[in-house]
Design a protein around this ligand. Structure first.
Ligand SMILES: Nc1ncnc2c1ncn2[C@@H]1O[C@H](COP(=O)(O)OP(=O)(O)O)[C@@H](O)[C@H]1O
Ligand SMILES: [Mg+2]
Length: 258
């Protein structure tokens, strides 16, 4: 059985999509079979793999609304070992369209349940909000990875995510666990970066990955070339850091699940 991991944080620009893309890519490189679900109307995980709007016939929105099925929406072997379900702007309508839907928070969970055994990991890139989309993702997932950008308001944001996770745990998904916190855009020369890491380590009891993802210009450039870092600049520090993170995700998973 594969693991379904939501990459979430309601703050935008903290490195969710960069982590979703490059964790997916480095896990795939380590011979894990991956499904990357772009679950953000901005579609950055889709375009980050060079998939253009015109190339896409079906998206996750179509699956959610019943216009197509999962198999039609999955783009197979986008890169070795890696399938993608794309997203586009239509997904933003879900919050409004599903208001009256009886089981609106369980739709994704039901869709993914048949697919969990086909992959080692299903990685979900969440939007920067805590609405229906994110709640669906958290309800469908086994665990959560929370990227934290090393900046001043990081802790405030963390408390909000933890709060949402605990609400989902109480109602919709009792088994949801926090896979870990990963620090992104870390700059070892910057005192604030170090302080944020220190403060979170002192205040958060769960798993914090040893790997710190550095600020690395190659990571920022890769999406405009439509490539994950492993294919854009395989020997960059950005690629190496995500490889280390992938190794930690693979090795720590069993302890986290108990
Ligand atoms: N480690 C990093 N080094 C340099 N730039 C990064 C890094 N992580 C993310 N970025 C850049 O920061 C911006 C926000 O990252 P992104 O992954 O899109 O965040 P989110 O999905 O949380 O909104 C993007 O322009 C991205 O390229
Ligand atoms: Mg994003």
């Amino acid at each position: 059985m594969g693991r379904i991991i939501a990459i979430t944080n309601q703050k935008g620009g903290v490195g969710k999509t960069t982590t979703a893309i490059n964790l997916a890519a480095t896990l795939a490189e380590a011979n894990q079979k991956i499904l990357l679900l772009d679950f953000d109307p901005q579609g950055n995980a889709t375009s980050g793999f060079g998939i253009e709007r015109d190339d896409v016939e079906h998206t996750i929105y179509g699956v959610l609304t019943g216009d197509c099925n999962m198999d039609e929406a999955i783009l197979v072997d986008v890169t070795d070992n890696l399938d993608i379900i794309p997203a586009d702007m239509n997904l933003a309508a879900v919050d409004v369209e599903f208001v009256e839907h009886e089981d609106k928070n369980l739709i994704l969970k039901r869709l993914l349940s048949d697919y969990r055994n086909r992959y080692d990991y299903i990685i979900i890139d969440c939007p920067p909000s805590l609405g229906t989309i994110t709640v669906n993702a958290l309800t469908a997932s086994n665990s959560v990875i929370i990227p934290i950008q090393c900046e001043y308001y990081a802790l405030e944001g963390l408390n909000q995510v933890l709060n949402t996770i605990s609400i989902v745990k109480q109602g919709l998904n009792q088994n949801l666990v926090i896979e870990g916190i990963v620090f992104t855009m870390y700059d070892s020369r910057n005192k604030l970066s170090q302080q944020v890491v220190e403060t979170v380590r002192q205040n958060f009891q769960g798993n914090i990955y040893d790997t710190l993802i550095p600020r690395n210009v190659r990571l920022a450039e890769a999406p405009s070339h439509g490539l994950p870092i492993t294919l854009y600049e395989s020997s960059s520090t950005g690629a190496d850091s995500y490889r280390k993170l992938a190794a930690e995700v693979m090795s720590k998973g069993d302890t986290i699940y108990g």
